[in-house]
Ligand binder design. Sequence first.
Ligand code: DGJ
Length: 735
Amino acid sequence: MGIIYHQNTQELHLFNSELSYIIKIQKNGGLMNLYYGKRIHDKEDFGYLQPQASRPLTVYESPGNSGYSLQYIRREYPDYGRGDFRTPAYLIRQENGSRITAFSYDSHKIYRGKKKLEGLPATYAENDEDADTLEIRLTDAVTNAVIVLSYTIFNKLPVIARHVQLINGGTQNLVLERALSASIDLPDSDYEMVYLTGAWARERHVRTRKLDHGISSIGSIRGASSAEYNPFFALKRPAATEDTGEVYGFCFIYSGNHLEQAEVDTDQNCRVSIGIHPDTFEWALTPGETFVTPEAVFVYTDYGLNAMSQTFHCLFKEHLMQSTWKDRQRPVLINNWEATEMDFTENKILDIATAAKDLGIELFVLDDGWFGGREDDTKGLGDWFVTNFDKLPEGIEGLSAKITDLGLQFGLWFEPEMVNPGTKLYDEHPDWILCPAERTPSPGRNQYVLDFTRDEVVDYIYDLMEKVLSGAHISYVKWDMNRYITECYSTGTPALSQGKTFHKYILGVYRLYEKLTLRFPDILFESCASGGARFDPGILYYAPQAWTSDDTDAVERIKIQYGTSLVYPVSSMGAHVSQVPNQQTGRCTPLKTRGDVAMFGAFGYELDITALDKEEKTAVKEQITFVKKHRLLLQHGTFYRLKSPFRENAAAWMMVSPDRTEAIAAYYNLLGTPNCRFDRLFLRGLDPDRKYHMNGSTEVYYGDELMYAGIPIPHTGVCESNVDFSSFVFYLSAL
Ligand code: DGJ
């Protein structure tokens, strides 16, 4: 059991082989964090770690207790208004307008395993040995409200998962103005905050800033986790590297509005807060009702950022993704979007599919443009059935049969949450969009957002999709979402509950995912939001891969995939080889480099393969053969970042098999430099004592030599061409 309760000292110690997390139940019933970090021995009393100070301008909790102020205490789930002036984790408005509460310890329970979070994506324990859970129940004597804090520690991973239940156990109506999922106070602030930021076509770039007094925060109020800020950040010691040093990683398992922040007070304490963004949230709780927050996960390591990422990757693949595809090799696909956009005929599609099959591709994906009156992006969304039989004479059923007859699997694009004016759906249900009736909704890509807070809307879309998916041979679904949410108001919700709309919307999205993935457990779902605007752990629970970015330029993709790898497994990153000049950047990169980048992902092509010349087709065939041969390793090995494109004019990463008998490393030159330095690539994760062959040669290299002496990168002469955007792949196999 990874949780010990010391009754005499009222201390709770959660631990596994890598971390310790110690909570003290204080005499006044408050909860204090005594320690969170590297595993330490268990003992009865760590009380000396509690700060005690009697200082001017400090408010004390009770008369005669002048050493004890909430201002100094490292708190587990802090309130506001009784002496702690830092960011609170929750605020409860009562009928008299007061927001003051004083929750104190009531009881706790410890059990093996982990409970499900109804209606929400969350980590799970496959069996009771995987994890232990502590639930602490707190009550407020004035309102009779109850807070249950839940902590699950995973036994084989340095991870703690937290969420909170807020229960109205009294007789008055309460309003949650803020209900974060977790808060933790760290006793110093000597950290750099690492986070992922960007925009459309440049998602999840890595940024690092030193923490200083005040608040460093990221988040989204766009209705989606967003391309702008991913729901993740890490606090690393300034000296920590990819492979060494202390790192605390924080991630929020949620796809809607979110807030992650680190607040440094003037005593250099650091409060981390994670949860639903309070600016767009208010939740009325009538007597007897409960609100359950989404889950936040904490990772601790003192082996650097690579170890943090590997922990997230493992956690998501083994304890988050539900799909039957989570640990399977992903089919090599071809998607028609960049080749044809919406302007296709069945013959053109079949030509692409036939050429793709010849080259070894396994799955054809028909993207946007197959349904309703979808000739361009002003029409069709919401009418998920074929009406244009000039385009698809035998509908999706007929096309899917022809594709599967070619020996390919068939996949289909949807954008379930959206509607265009002029469709059957919009004409019949104009009030099914998010917007107050007296206002004009703001269009985004000519479309409006359906009111997924309403069950009847979700059920309507489910019925249409279910009909298409059950009526054809479909193995894959791409679920797109191409605008953020504005005018977030549900006409189906009473005025006092409008603060629930953003969260209920995401619950509606999860409900549709849940229904579809249960009904079609063998379909591989790929999420997408104009590329990677909703690439988050909440969606990964349902869809084990996501379209990483609309930007398919190899150089841009190196940065995007590098940043994404901080949190998300390689198998979850949809990555395609596309044509040059690239549609997003106009840049020309070698076909080899495009393949060498995309192979570290759920690999595919997104170009008119019929237009390739003979030489290109041969190269594509070779890429596909290589990927198929090594894809278990490429998609499900242990990933190491070796060189950052955000710091250098080159990038490198590698995958190692679990038994360390195989590895594939890739080195990418960004811009060529004349008279360049003689760079070396230092590998990671190999068995130092084993001998390896490289790229099939008979020469032998020890693992230690590859890691510590490094591989010299083939360099160029003084001013050769073909250096820009070149790449090298090293395949290592143990003797
Ligand atoms: C945005 C996606 O990211 C693209 O891949 C494509 O599916 C288009 N939408 C289609 O509208």
